[in-house]
Every structure is written in C-alpha cells, then in structure tokens.
Design a protein around this ligand. Structure first.
Ligand code: GLN
Length: 533
C-alpha cells in the first residue's frame, strides 16, 4: 500500500481538494486502485451542524456520513464510493480519546496529544488501509500549515511515515505564489516559509503545487526548488483553470505530476489513458447551445454552498450539448420584488435543499411562478417540500398550508414529522441520512428518465410529505410517483401535463459525475432546452 498526503500552505481556498482529486483521476487512469479521504482539523464532530455560510455544502455519503464538500470532488473525480471512515475531524479524534480515557483504557497514564491523540489518527489510517482493497490512499489534510489545530495531524503523519517506510509515503504541498503588481513580480517567500514550517515538524514535501494567477518561469521554479530542497521539475504550476475544473487532471498531467509521484513511490504503470476524460472536457467547454437556469436558495452568496448542484447542472448541460448559465437568486430578494423580476428570463427553476425559515416565502413564489408559467421545475429536498406547500395553497385552496418546520400550528401540515420522529432533540446526525431505496410508478416521467422503477438515492432531511392530502392533490393534478418500498415515505412528486415538474425528497446531486450525469438533471436540462425562453 502506498500513501500520498496532501497539505496546504500560505492561505486556504487554494484548490487543494481539487488538486488531490485530480491526482486521484490520473492515478486511476494509470490503472491503479485509489481511495481518497480527508482529515479536517476543526473540532466539530462532523460538518453537519455547521452553517453552509461557514463551511459550504455538507456532502452526504451512502452510509449517511455528513462530510466535507471535498469528498464530493473525490467521488466525482474518481470511481470510489466513500464511507464515514474517509472523513475524520479533530472532533471525532478527541471524542475517541476522551471515551477511551473514561473507560480506563489508558491504564492510569496521563493522556496527551502525543502519543494518545496522534495514535488515534494513525490507527484510523491503518484501519482504512486494512479495510480497503486499493493500491494508493490519498489523504488531504484540511487547513493550512501553521494552524494550531493541524499540528497533531502533521505529527501523526511524520510518525506514520517512519513506521511504514519513506518509500511508501509521498507528500504533496499546495501553496500560493502571489503576484505583487507594483513590483511586477511573483513572490516565493510565503512558499519557502510554509515549507520551512513543514520541515520543522519533520516532513519534507516531494512535490510542491504552486497556485498562481500567472505562469511560473524556470527561474521561479529553480528558486523554490533550491530553497525548499526539492527537484525543479517537482515544483509544479497550478494555474487558475480556464473553462472547467475538470481540466485540472489534464493540466497537472502536462506538468508530469502523476509520473513524478509514481516514480517517487516506485509504482510502475503505463501512461494514463485520458482520451475519454479529454472528450468530456471538450463537451463541457464547447457546447452548441446555452440556457439560463435559476437556482433559488438561501446561501446563494456562498460559492460552495450548493457545490454538487452546480456541478450536476454542468454535467447535465454537457450531456445535452448545452452550456448551463446558472443564475443565482436569493429567495429573500423574490420576497421583496416578486418572482418575475428574477425568473423572467430563465428556462428552468431549481430549488435546492435547505433549513430554517428565512426566504421560504420567496421560494414558494418561485415554485408558483414556474408551475403557472410552464417553466421546467426541479425541486430537491426542501425544494420538493416547497412545491407541495405551494400546490396546497394555490392549487388546492388550503390557504395556510405549511411545513411544521416553519409553522408548527399550521391548520394544513402538508409537510410534517412522522409519529416516530417526535421527541428527537439532538441536532447532530439525527436526520434521515444516507442511501435509501425509492420505488417509482411505472410510466411516470421519473421512472422513464431513470430507465428503471427502483433507485437508491442519498437523503438528508427530517420532515416528510403528509400523505393524508394525496387524494386532494391527485384531484388537482399533483401525483406522488415515488415512495419508500413500504410506501410510508413520499420520495418523488410530479405534475403530469407540465413541461417538467419533478421534485424529490432525496439528493440526486450527490451521485452525478462528469462522465455519468444524473438522469433527472439530464431530463431537466433537456426540458429547459426544449422550452427555452
Ligand atoms: N429542512 C427540511 C427537512 O429537514 C429539508 C432538508 C433539506 O433540504 N436537506 O426535512
């Protein structure tokens, strides 16, 4: 087993997760079996309780783990399906150490960061290695070198490298090379200092990825090479990516990242087969058509809060030879100015998942606008609940219909908690999470798009469709076409006769890949294209 650890220096948001994922793509295309994972130094047990404004999207895995959004990159860039073992936080590490201590497992020792905390981290790497049948494990370390929280992780990696042998471990360090306009110069000092920080701990990078807005000339690479004690060709430019992030593996391959890593780890493989990947990138960058899709949400200002939704729209666009221009609309703005102003020019409306009542009425107006004006509508999780509330109010005349999440005393609780969910007070990890089966009605549009009646999709929600209202909904034209296998939980609704009105309780965006776009997203974009405005 070979191990690659990816660290970051100077600043955050360097694209380190993307670079790690791109390396995963390249190694897989060389025929290696790859597993990717992330260590996050923050003290939350998982990001499930963090605001998307803080942390971006919470990415949900098959087993229900609520994880960092970089795991979304890993699943989109490689073929692996990840599990809760593949995202560890300091919160989980300390939780384990404290539990061990309370159980007396440390036999009277003083419990310390070294060795007790570092042991838990190392053991996790060994456990993942033992349970997975792969050739290479790529582990990204969140945060920036020099952060206090990150130190135990780096110390654990230093020890780990000595335990499994230097020949089996490679370190890739991503840094920023800032450009100083007044001097017209790229600066290497921050990189030198962040590498010095790593070396202080006993880690020397084998590859330095230099994020930069401008190309690095040989002089700069030579300088970094000399100060950081690595070969000049292992100083790899990681420039801003044009067109699509899926170009990252191609760019890094152009700089021989994969062969340098393979050589370092003694992995003998053929050159990567990148033909299919290149074709996919071409489809994304050079489409024949273009449409606007309105995404109406609450965390619109945050680049990463709906990451997987945006990626899925791109995948579906490429599959339809179409560039999807995403119009990000804050639902509070619709409350102020009405839906027409923001949705007047879009060819499709997507309402993603969400929590909390800010902007809910704006989303309801958006759903109404799409339904009444025959604009393709795709609702996801909260987006399905919104569609149901809107339909109940405006098509069925249930004026104060609502979800009990937002109006506990509503006379028409069309979305509510089921009996056995009441009484759960803990917030972390208590929702309906992970992959569950949905059975769909034969002949429904959704079943047709999927090409099958039974599908497995990932979930993250607490509230459910109240099926007592189904007869009324059916009479007025909205149908439940997908449920849990026992029929108790509503999963998919449709309005037959509308150009495209599908809403789902699950999160299809967690399973779309650039080379395998999700069928519902693909159908949504096809319908939007057909009804282009
Ligand atoms: N807030 C809603 C619920 O808990 C929807 C959740 C979501 O959209 N992920 O059911």
């Amino acid at each position: 087993m070979k191990y690659i650890f990816v660290t970051g220096g100077v600043v955050s948001s360097l694209g380190k997760g993307l670079a790690a994922a791109a390396l995963g793509t390249l190694l897989e295309r060389r025929g290696l079996r790859v597993l990717m994972q992330k260590f996050d130094p923050y003290l939350n047990v998982d990001p499930g309780t963090m605001s998307p404004f803080q942390h971006g999207e919470v990415y949900v895995l098959d087993d229900g783990a609520e994880t960092d959004l970089d795991l979304g990159h890993y699943e989109r860039f490689t073929s692996g399906r990840l599990s809760k073992l593949n995202n560890i936080t300091s919160g989980q590490v300390y939780e384990t150490v404290i539990k061990n201590e309370r159980q007396g497992l440390y036999l009277g020792a003083t419990v310390q960061v070294i060795p007790h905390v570092t042991d838990v981290i190392k053991n996790r790497i060994y456990e993942v290695a033992e349970k997975s049948d792969v050739d290479v494990i790529i582990t990204e370390i969140g945060g920036t070198t020099g952060d206090i929280e990150g130190l135990p992780f780096l110390e654990a990696l230093r020890q780990f490298k000595d335990e499994v042998g230097h020949e089996n471990v490679a370190f890739m360090h991503a840094t920023l090379i800032p450009y100083i306009k007044a001097a017209e110069e790229l600066k290497t000092k921050p990189t030198q200092q962040s590498v010095a920080k790593l070396r202080e701990i006993g880690i020397t990078p084998d590859v330095i990825l230099c994020r930069s807005e401008y190309p690095l000339d040989n002089e700069i690479r030579r300088k970094i090479s000399m100060f950081c004690n690595i070969r000049p060709e292992a100083v790899i430019p990681f420039l801003d990516i044009q067109g699509t992030i899926y170009r990252a593996p191609l760019n890094l391959h152009d700089h021989q990242l994969d062969s340098i890593i393979c050589e370092r780890l003694g992995l003998e493989t053929p050159d990567p087969d990148l033909i299919e990947w290149r074709n996919m990138v071409d489809r994304i960058v050079n489409p024949s058509h273009s449409i606007k899709i309105g995404v109406v949400g609450k965390y619109i200002d945050h680049q990463d809060a709906y990451k997987s939704i945006y990626e899925s729209l791109t995948h579906a666009g490429a599959a339809n030879d179409t560039k999807v221009e995403i119009v990000r609309i804050d639902s509070s703005d619709i409350e102020e100015d009405g839906a027409e102003k923001y949705l007047g020019e879009v060819s499709g409306v997507l309402i993603p998942g969400g929590f909390g009542d800010r902007g809910i009425e704006g989303k309801i107006s958006a759903a109404r606008y799409a339904r009444e004006n025959d604009i393709p509508y795709f609702g996801i999780c909260l987006g399905m609940q919104i569609a149901v509330i809107e339909f109940a109010r405006n098509a069925c005349g249930l004026e104060h219909a609502h979800s009990t999440e937002f109006a506990e005393g509503t006379p028409h609780p069309v979305i509510c908690l089921l009996e056995d969910q009441k009484g759960i007070n803990d917030k972390g990890g208590t929702m309906r999470l992970g992959t569950w089966e949905t059975k769909m009605t034969a002949g429904s549009r959704s079943a047709e798009l999927y090409g099958q009646q039974s599908v497995n999709e990932r979930h993250r929600h607490r509230y459910e469709l109240n099926q007592n209202y189904l007869p009324l909904f059916g009479e007025k034209g909205l149908q439940l076409v997908g449920t849990s296998p026992d029929g108790t939980l509503g999963e998919v609704i449709e309005i037959p006769g509308h150009p495209f009105f599908i809403a789902v309780q699950f999160h299809p965006e967690f399973q779309s890949k650039p080379n395998a776009p999700h069928p519902l997203f693909k159908g949504f974009i096809a319908a939007a294209l057909e009804n282009r405005r």
